[in-house]
Design a protein around this ligand. Structure first.
Ligand SMILES: Cc1cc2nc3c(=O)[nH]c(=O)nc-3n(C[C@H](O)[C@H](O)[C@H](O)COP(=O)(O)OP(=O)(O)OC[C@H]3O[C@@H](n4cnc5c(N)ncnc54)[C@H](O)[C@@H]3O)c2cc1C
Length: 430
């Protein structure tokens, strides 16, 4: 074999895998579609979650965030860098770019009623960081470790063979097939490799395709404390929530994720003119827009993301996102699994077991809560206002607070109670 390992995709998952494998002495080639993998074309809020805020029904406890990586992580703020620590997989990554701490997370209704996702002024729950700088730093470690990096090259498919794997690639110079003992598919949400291995067949599609827009803006003025992240629910604009957060140096980053017929652009324009929120945008200017989308909508995750000589890493196996930290952890764990397999041990099963416990989306309970999305799909603006007013100033997430206050809602708004119970029965509080 020319290579020990082919890594497909140079996002956080692929870079981490390539770096780990090459540092451990494997001969690695990494395939990346983009001309410059450090340029982000995929919408991302660039938030590194430290203290996981809740979308769990156990609202007051402030447990896990709704969708991604749930193993503990920590950040050390050193004089010249941040160090992201991953105690369970057992690695750390340094980052020398800029960052802004988030102290608040506030959920807002159409008329501006608010719920705190975690105790205000408690502690930093996340850092905004510069993903492009982060990827550039990882890439330089990948190159230093001796990985052959092929950019502007598309991996089209992978095929398990008796003693290895073949990956078909296409570049300007033409098509060729690479062979290696092992491969890692870290080619993101609409993964060619996952599709070619037939791993999408058993996945259930849970929503229409999701369209995504991320905007970077200057001059946004809210009346909320600095370093706040907003999660905004306006059903009449979109069946999904909007997000918005400070992005350092007075910049704001916002995103729209939607399954609506309206484009995310149209939704965002309407949002900027919405009576409650228009004052935020009086002096705002859009600096940059990044769009993205999923071809298939929200899908159930791949249950067993290690098949023969191929291991699936990061978003390639997830409903939408593993988060940057989840993709990094996958990249690291996948290489350790592969090393075991190369030594005749059952590394694949170990990886599968880890994957099933490390992400919220693998918990069947997650699919009942599905963060706060169903609320936007089933309620009117007035009903969301009612519920948020009921919980104004409380700590938790809307779905969790609803689950704990069903009796009150039934008494005050029986028709809304019926609707909630019929369309999105909230899980019992654990
Ligand atoms: C709106 C939105 C906001 C988000 N905000 C956050 C956040 O604040 N914090 C956070 O941690 N996460 C966030 N995420 C998720 C995060 O961006 C991803 O989970 C993470 O980037 C996944 O990393 P990955 O390496 O698995 O995949 P990706 O980052 O998608 O990387 C895949 C790479 O593979 C390449 N590629 C794709 N197909 C091929 C192919 N056929 N051949 C070769 N190369 C290919 C792509 O060009 C890309 O470089 C957000 C996601 C969305 C949608």
């Amino acid at each position: 074999m020319k290579y020990d390992l082919i890594v497909v995709g140079g996002g956080p998952g692929g870079l981490m895998a390539a770096k780990t494998a090459a540092e451990d002495g494997l001969k690695v080639v990494m395939i990346e579609r983009k001309k410059d993998l450090t340029k982000i074309h995929r919408a991302c809020m660039q938030t590194f979650y430290i203290h996981k805020v809740t979308a769990s029904p156990d609202a007051e406890e402030g447990r896990t965030h709704g969708d991604g990586y749930i193993e503990p992580v920590s950040v050390e703020l050193l004089p010249d860098r941040c160090r992201f620590n991953f105690p369970e997989p057992g690695f750390s990554i340094d980052y020398k770019g800029s960052y802004t701490p988030y102290y608040h997370w506030i959920d807002l209704s159409p008329s501006g009623y608010y719920i705190h996702r975690h105790k205000p002024n408690d502690k930093i729950w996340a850092l905004y960081f510069d993903k492009e700088v982060f990827l550039a730093e990882l890439l330089s470690l990948v190159q230093k470790a001796g990985v052959e990096v092929l950019q502007e090259t598309i991996a089209e498919s992978a095929e398990n063979t008796q003693d290895g794997v073949k990956v078909k690639i296409r570049a300007k110079s033409g098509e060729q097939t690479l062979e290696a003992s092992k491969a890692i598919a870290a080619d993101g949400l609409n993964s060619n490799i996952v599709e070619s291995l037939g791993l999408n067949k058993d996945r259930k599609v849970m929503s229409p395709p999701i369209k995504i827009l991320a905007c970077e803006m200057e001059g946004v003025e809210t009346n909320y404390p600095p370093f706040t992240f907003f999660w905004i629910s306006i059903p009449s604009l979109s069946p999904m929530n909007f997000g918005m957060g400070v992005a350092g140096e007075g910049r704001f980053l916002s995103w729209v994720l939607t399954t609506s017929n309206l484009s995310p652009n149209e939704i965002f324009e309407k949002f900027m003119k919405h009576p409650t929120f228009a004052p935020w945008f009086r002096n705002a200017r859009i600096v940059q827009k990044t769009a993205a989308g999923s071809e298939h909508g929200l899908r159930t995750p791949i249950k067993e993301p290690a098949v023969g000589n191929v291991v699936i890493v990061g978003d390639a196996g997830a409903p939408v996102e593993t988060w940057i930290q989840g993709a990094l952890a996958c990249g690291y764990k996948a290489v350790k699994a592969i090393e075991k397999e190369l030594n005749g041990q059952n590394g694949n099963q170990e990886y599968i077991d880890w994957w099933q416990g490390a992400f919220a989306f693998n918990d069947p309970h997650y699919w009942k809560v599905a963060a706060a999305f169903p609320l936007n799909m089933i309620c009117t603006d007035e009903e969301v206002d009612y519920l948020y007013r009921l919980f104004q100033g409380r700590i938790g997430c809307a779905m969790g607070l609803i689950a704990k206050n069903l009796d009150l809602i039934k008494k005050e708004r029986p028709e809304l109670y019926e609707k909630l119970m019929k369309t999105a029965p909230p899980p019992e509080a654990s």
